[in-house]
Structures are given as structure tokens and as C-alpha cells.
Design a protein around this ligand. Sequence first.
Ligand SMILES: [Zn+2]
Length: 251
Amino acid sequence: MNGTVPSMQFALVNGERSRPKKGLRGHCQYCDGEMVAKCGPYIVWHWAHMPGSNCDPWWGPESEWHRGWKNLFPEDWQEIVHFDERTGEKHIADVKTPHGLVIEFQNSPMSFEELASREAFYQEMIWIVNGDGGSLNPNYFNLGLMWEGAISFRPLVRYVKWMSRSRLLHKWSAATTPVYIDFGFQGMWRFFDFRLEDDVGAFSPLDQNWLIEACLLGESIPIAYVSEEDEEEYISRLRSNHLDENDDMSQ
Ligand SMILES: [Zn+2]
């Protein structure tokens, strides 16, 4: 187990999924452990387990980035216990849509073993990874990333050269389900490929709204098609759309 006591956005209070409120106590919908609502002016309100409790080992503390993304989806799609009837194994998915897609948001690195286990367990899933190299982000994703030219326009795929530590891309290149990287002010990119030998990867830009809408409707997530002349303008428009989205998320 990873030693962290997981915090959550929902707990069961008298059998109902509830958000934290001052003084409220409840039970974990996964392990049935007792939970206490933690509410204060300087923290992200959450439910906390008692020290030493043994909950889902895949679940850790959540960042505001994580919460912001989850809250773009309906409440009753969030923190859903996913149960495998064949093996009896269960885990809590960040978001599970009624169409059967699991969306996992990943703010911090995880081991290859855990990556593979989660993909095997959920099967129909996508990853959304925090690639914004903000000061508190352990990924430092933006460091040394060089956005090079397009490999193709239909669909639009760009070539990216990595100039420094590429530990994170090494990790995500092992994923077998789609990986979307949220580069913050640089927009959203679907991660296609990464070659370890020369630190070169391939990414395709997309509008965050397309991704959300496709997940809401149970459709496949679109890929950008654009003409060569329009490419630069197109990408800068996607980036500014994404900035607007982030502004909305924090309100
Ligand atoms: Zn629990």
C-alpha cells in the first residue's frame, strides 16, 4: 500500500452519497470505513478516513486540478466503485460514465505495474494527465519540451522533441489505452507515441470541450483535421479556448 490515507469527495451518510459539510460523519462507499468531513477556508473540502484505515490502494490524495476535472462531469458519475464479477476485485474510478467509459485523472507519476493493472481492470478507459509544469507539479512536464512541426494535418499530429528528463513520457508510452495530456496554457493534447532512443514523441491537439462532450454523449473523442495554412491559427485558438475553460473551472 502506498501509505497515504485516501480522501474523497463523496461518502455515504445515512446511505446517501454526500459531499463534505462541517461536522458531518459518514462511511466510505468502498471500504465502509468511518469518514470525517474536513472543511476549512484554506483546504479543498473532502472526506478523510481515520488514520490507519485500509482503503483502495489505487486511491490517493487529490489536487485541485484533479477535483476541477472531475467536477466537469455529473456528480453521480464521480467516484464510482467498479466491481469485476469474475475476480471479485474492486476499485474506485474517478469518473465512470453510464456509457461504460472510465476516466482516470493522474496528477502524479505511478509505477508501470500500477498503470498496467489499472488498464487491465477497467479496460474501457482513458487517462487524463496533468502536464502543466506548475511549481507544485512533480511532473515538470513543460521543461525541455520543444513543439516541432506537424507530421500530418489530417489528422493533425505534431512532432515533439524532448530536451531533458523524459521519465514521464517513458511511463505513458507504456499505456495501451488513450492518454490525453492537459498542458494548461498549452492546451490539451492526445499523446500518441514516444521513441525512447531519440526522445521524440507525437501528439495531436484537441479542444477540451470536444473531449468532455464526447464523454458525456458516449461518442468517440474526435481528432483534429486541419489544412496546412490554418494549422498555427488553429492551435492558438485551441489554447485560448482551454484557458477560458480553466477560468470557468476555478469559479
Ligand atoms: Zn475507504
